[in-house]
Every structure is written in structure tokens, then in C-alpha cells.
Design a protein around this ligand. Structure first.
Ligand code: ATP
Ligand code: MG
Length: 139
């Protein structure tokens, strides 16, 4: 298995509910290395650029408004198989369908307010990490 990096976001719903520490402790328990981390309130335009693959979906406006309402925590995680491993740690998009023990199952409120984001493939991870972090922040 290869060492990979993935982009995680603790979304505004989770930050607003005071769940940042709980989610960081789950990241620690799953043995990811945190390569870079920052808090950030996305602008609407930044959220639209980040989720551009979803621009034709019916929930695009709602999603990008939600993602730009208040601060998020943006994190670069590294581990073996980090992309799939972080998606397993988060659970399925809809908390009602997520496996027990996952972040979304235990902490998520709805399909939109599902606490965290994770890159879904190597190419999207590279795009998403570069969207928020410069090279000198990733050493
Ligand atoms: P993410 O990309 O945030 O890690 P994901 O890959 O599990 O989540 P996507 O299909 O990429 O799911 O959807 C992106 C985000 O859009 C979801 O995490 C959720 O916040 C929101 N979303 C997805 N489906 C819906 C929906 N049917 N209604 C409202 N919001 C949705
Ligand atoms: Mg996605």
C-alpha cells in the first residue's frame, strides 16, 4: 500500500457544534499524520470552485451556501491508503446509511450537515490540497 495524502474538512456544522476536538481525536485514533491544518471561512466563490464537480446537482446552491456560512477546519492527512481510509473513517454521505462507529453515523445530522469532507480519488486529492495549501505549507 502506498503512502497517500488526502484533504479533509471539518465542515461548518461540526465546527459550530463544537465537534472539532472530537473529530481530531478520531483522526489521531485512526493514525493519520496531520501534514497541515488551518481554520478558514470559505467565500461562496471558493466553495463553488471547490465543489465545481457538483455544479449541475440540485443541491449545489444549498451546499455552497452551507460551506461558506462560517469557519471550517481544512486538513491535509497522510497515511497508507489515506484516501480510502479517511472515507471509511467518515462513513457514507448520508449519516442514516453510514456504518456504525463512523464520524457521520455518530455525529452527522443530515445528508448535507454530515460533519466532514474527504477527497474521493488521487486526482481530486491533488486538486483539493492545492486549492487550500501552497507547496511551502506541505513540507
Ligand atoms: P464530500 O465530498 O463532502 O466528502 P461525499 O463525497 O460523501 O461528501 P458528495 O456526493 O461528493 O458526497 O456530496 C458532497 C456534499 O454535498 C455531501 O457531503 C453533502 O454535504 C452534500 N450533499 C450530497 N448529497 C446531498 C443531497 N441529496 N442533499 C443535500 N446535500 C447533499
Ligand atoms: Mg465528494
Amino acid at each position: 500500500m502506498a503512502i497517500e495524502r488526502t484533504l479533509a474538512i471539518i465542515k461548518p456544522d461540526a465546527v459550530g457544534r463544537g465537534l472539532t476536538g472530537e473529530i481530531l481525536s478520531r483522526i489521531h485514533a485512526a493514525k493519520f499524520h496531520i501534514i497541515a491544518i488551518k481554520t478558514r471561512r470559505l467565500t461562496k466563490k471558493e466553495a463553488e470552485g471547490f465543489y465545481a464537480v457538483h455544479r449541475e446537482r440540485p443541491f449545489f446552491q444549498e451546499l455552497t451556501e452551507f460551506m461558506s456560512t462560517s469557519k471550517a477546519v481544512v486538513i491535509v492527512l497522510e497515511s497508507e491508503n489515506a484516501i480510502a481510509k479517511w472515507r471509511d473513517t467518515m462513513g457514507a454521505t448520508d449519516p442514516a446509511k453510514a456504518a456504525s462507529g463512523t464520524i457521520r453515523k455518530e455525529l452527522g445530522a443530515s445528508i448535507q450537515h454530515n460533519c466532514t469532507h474527504g477527497s474521493d480519488a488521487a486526482e481530486t486529492a491533488a486538486f483539493e490540497i492545492g486549492y487550500f495549501f501552497s507547496g511551502s505549507e506541505l513540507i
